[in-house]
Ligand binder design. Sequence first.
Ligand SMILES: [Zn+2]
Length: 257
Amino acid sequence: MNILRLEVPHWEQFDGLVHGFLGRFGSQGRPPDDPFRLSCDNGDDVQAVKRNWCELKLAIGLRDINIITAKQVHGNIVLKVARGDEKLAGIGDGLMTDAPNLCVGVMAADCVPLLFVEPARKIVAAVHAGWRGTAAGIAPRAIALMRETYRVDPAALHVAMGPSIGPCCYEVGPEVAAQIAANWSAELKYAWKPDGVKGRLDLRALNEAQLLGAGMLGSHIQKIGPCTACHIGDFFSYRKEGKSGHQLSFIGWRSQP
Ligand SMILES: [Zn+2]
């Protein structure tokens, strides 16, 4: 099985951290256009999805670690998860945990996957932020909840934003900009380029502005990987392909022996 896995070079220093932004992947004996789905949201066969998860975890060397995801709905709910929780934690677009030997993960195909880590306390979170989730402020909400739940200082957090649709390919209508501007007008200035009636939205720049506003340090914010719609050979893109598969992004800590 071939998997494209992007990691944050700077995070090698965090001993025991496991993470990755995965790309499109396939496996032997499967047609090349088989999307290898990891969720049943599009009516996929439950057993096939289960087998895909097993194959994937084996290929990335995480057979012994649970990857917990949620049913994503483009909202701003962030779930706290612990060892022993169901593989599908519930409805939400973000998950956080302080438990070792457990990964939290989000699925995306153009939306921004954000992976957070607080290396001293070993807290992690994964967030899925499309324009609706970003308008609802899911990234700053995840920070607020980590602060409240685990006493995490935002300045001690690191975050990486993975492959997602870039402003090169993300044309949206003025109604989208208006909904974002309702709560994030200052932040939107960094991320919106008007182009006729419509405009181009830079979702990662918008999230970055929100993260800075929530107290994170600029030097702790990284962007990993390219525009998904420009690179559909490597990544799923909903905008480019319509009903596409999703790529997984995950993060967690292995407990030290
Ligand atoms: Zn592009």
